[in-house]
Design a binder for this molecule. Structure first.
Ligand code: HEC
Length: 302
């Protein structure tokens, strides 16, 4: 980038950040986790929002698998209504597994089911019939695998059609499909046999996803770079929405600022900002909507 463009981009960043901060000037911002919006009425929302199933990844450490995981967790891989609502692949398949509490009004029958041939997310697969089915655990091969994961061409075709036809997303490029395929292939129930069925959900997960998505964006170009940047900003938003306390207005503003730095193509500054936030996030965790007691006070049991 030449100097003039850099100066312009910095000026724009300042403008955007100032505007974003102005929007945050009301310290009692009433944020709420988007994922609370698709949990079954009567389910134990506090437990659902504070725990997660083990991810059962057979090859942790492979950067391509991690990149696939980031995209799998990003609503912006999908288009239209899903992206607007904040729904990602992982909303239904939490950590690549199932989600027994998933309930999206109009799309779900029993909790944990979804009608994947419904016109809500995209018209292409609308069969005009309300026929929700159980969301499968993608790490388990127990009888419901719809696609052979070892057949690369079939898997790519399945994923591409799913994103474009089922969820009205933009046609994903080969890098995006390669990462998603690697992630799906690495899911294996045998990899987590010895782990407890649920572990705590904290801000550390989305923060490390945001950091890795910024790094993945740096290694990519074009639409893939944009996809990782949007994913990173989504992960920061997820943290932001879990800290609604009036005392955490500054924390929320700093998260917005990090997000704007990513959007403005300032990865180093964004990474520094995210790193610097760790102590403040840890200090405020007890009053955040990651804390089971705070969640309990807000959502109660059932
Ligand atoms: C609204 C909830 C929902 C979302 C969002 C969703 N799925 Fe699914 N998924 C389902 C349901 C329900 C089925 C079972 C469909 C069937 O049996 O016909 C399924 C089936 C699958 C299968 C086939 C099962 C298998 O193990 O072979 C794969 C793979 C899959 N989903 C991956 C994804 C990916 C990748 C995304 C994001 C691009 C995604 N899903 C988004 C609900 C969802």
């Amino acid at each position: 980038m030449d100097r003039a463009r850099r100066v312009l981009s910095r000026a724009l960043t300042t403008l955007v950040v100032t505007a974003a901060l102005a929007g945050c000037s009301n310290p009692s911002a009433d944020t709420a986790p988007q994922e609370a919006g698709w949990l079954a009425p009567g389910s134990d929302i506090a437990t659902a929002l504070s725990t997660q199933p083990p991810s059962c990844l057979a090859s942790t450490g492979d950067p391509l698998v991690r990149q696939g995981e980031l995209l799998f967790n990003s609503p912006f891989l999908l288009g239209g209504q899903a992206a607007k609502a904040g729904v990602s692949c992982a909303s239904c398949h939490e950590n690549g597994r199932a989600n027994p509490d998933f309930f999206f009004a109009g799309l779900s029958g029993e909790p944990g089911t979804a009608d994947t041939t419904h016109g809500f997310f995209g018209p292409a697969r609308d069969d005009g019939v309300f026929n929700p089915v159980l969301i499968p655990d993608l790490a388990s091969s127990a009888g419901h695998q719809l696609v052979d994961r070892d057949d690369g061409a079939a898997l790519s075709d399945f994923l591409e059609r799913q994103i474009v036809e089922e969820f009205e997303g933009e046609r994903p490029g080969p890098d995006i499909i390669a990462a998603l395929s690697a992630y799906l292939k690495a899911l294996d129930a045998r990899a987590c046999e010895d782990e407890p069925p649920a572990s705590p959900e904290t801000w550390r997960g989305p923060l490390s996803m945001a950091v890795d998505a910024v790094l993945a964006a740096e290694d990519s170009s074009g639409e893939t770079q944009a996809a990782y940047r949007r994913a990173a900003r989504h992960f920061l938003r997820r943290i932001h929405d879990r800290f609604p306390h009036a005392r955490d207005a500054g924390l929320r503003e700093a998260l917005v600022e990090a997000s704007q730095l990513i959007a403005a193509g300032e990865p180093l500054e964004a990474l520094e900002q995210m790193e610097a936030l760790r102590p403040a996030l840890a200090a405020a965790e007890h009053r955040s909507l990651y804390n089971p007691k705070t969640l309990q006070a807000r959502y109660g049991q059932g």
